[in-house]
Design a protein around this ligand. Structure first.
Ligand SMILES: CC(C)(COP(=O)(O)OP(=O)(O)OC[C@H]1O[C@@H](n2cnc3c(N)ncnc32)[C@H](O)[C@@H]1OP(=O)(O)O)[C@@H](O)C(=O)NCCC(=O)NCCS
Length: 211
């Protein structure tokens, strides 16, 4: 059976992401690739600015903003992680997982999203934009990047969770095609580092077309 290059890449695209430190292996055969390595091989993508090419048509709206896989230390992103989660202990428990995409305005990081693949779904574990750059469509661009990753990975389900009191966030996600599929009572407990009166978690999902 003659295996063309496109087939090899498609096989690679259907492999599951391991949110681990597993190193890339030879492409072909039973390839398992870290997402950032996969994107680099699949699209010859470097680090800054090239992933944004996926969104040429959005160029006008997000002029100057580039989205890229973040490969440097994530410690410098902690201030952005803290915008999306009040619990330091929770952040430290997950911030090294999966892959992080950053929105850059030249060298300035203005937004992040963290994607973790598990059980045939990709979860947006963190999403944040610096206050002074909100309302410009940056988070919408990051969510579209998450959908692009779903399509590349052949994953049809995109998940995000937020607090039941975060009504603006819930509306933000619902307006972008997400639907509430579950509510977890008392998720945000003091044991997890939260000091909140309302503690329920709302879980939303989006079926990604073309995945
Ligand atoms: C939620 C969040 C990521 C949205 O980021 P954003 O880049 O402002 O989002 P966008 O610009 O793509 O869209 C925001 C929506 O709010 C509107 N908006 C207008 N001005 C805005 C402003 N100053 N701030 C936020 N949203 C604004 C936008 O028009 C858009 O409206 P629409 O939903 O009707 O299209 C951002 O507010 C944030 O970082 N919040 C704190 C962290 C957080 O709660 N993260 C989510 C955890 S689940």
């Amino acid at each position: 059976m003659r295996v063309c290059v496109v087939c090899i890449v498609l096989i690679a695209a259907s492999t599951r992401i391991e949110a681990s430190t597993r190193t890339p292996t030879q492409l072909g055969g039973h390839a398992r690739l870290e997402l950032s390595e996969f994107l680099k091989r699949r699209f010859g993508l470097g680090r800054i600015g090239q992933l944004g090419k996926f969104n040429v048509e959005r160029g006008a709206q997000l002029a100057g903003i580039q989205i890229a896989v973040h490969e440097d230390s994530r410690l410098r992103l902690l201030p952005l992680f803290r915008l999306a989660d009040e619990s330091e202990s929770q952040i430290l428990s997950y911030f090294k997982m999966g892959n992080v995409f950053v929105a850059h305005d030249r060298d300035l990081i203005v937004g992040i999203t963290q994607l973790v693949e598990e059980d045939n779904a990709i979860e947006i574990v963190s999403l944040a934009v610096v206050p002074e750059r909100r309302g410009e469509g940056i988070a919408t661009g990051l969510i579209e990047e998450a959908e692009t990753v779903c399509r590349l990975r052949g994953v049809r389900r995109l998940i995000v969770c937020t607090g039941s009191w975060e009504t603006e966030n819930i509306i933000f996600y619902v307006k972008r095609g997400f639907r509430i599929f579950n509510v977890v009572p008392d998720f945000f407990t003091p044991e997890k580092g939260y000091d909140l009166a309302i503690r329920d978690q709302v879980q939303l999902e989006k079926a990604v077309t073309g995945a």
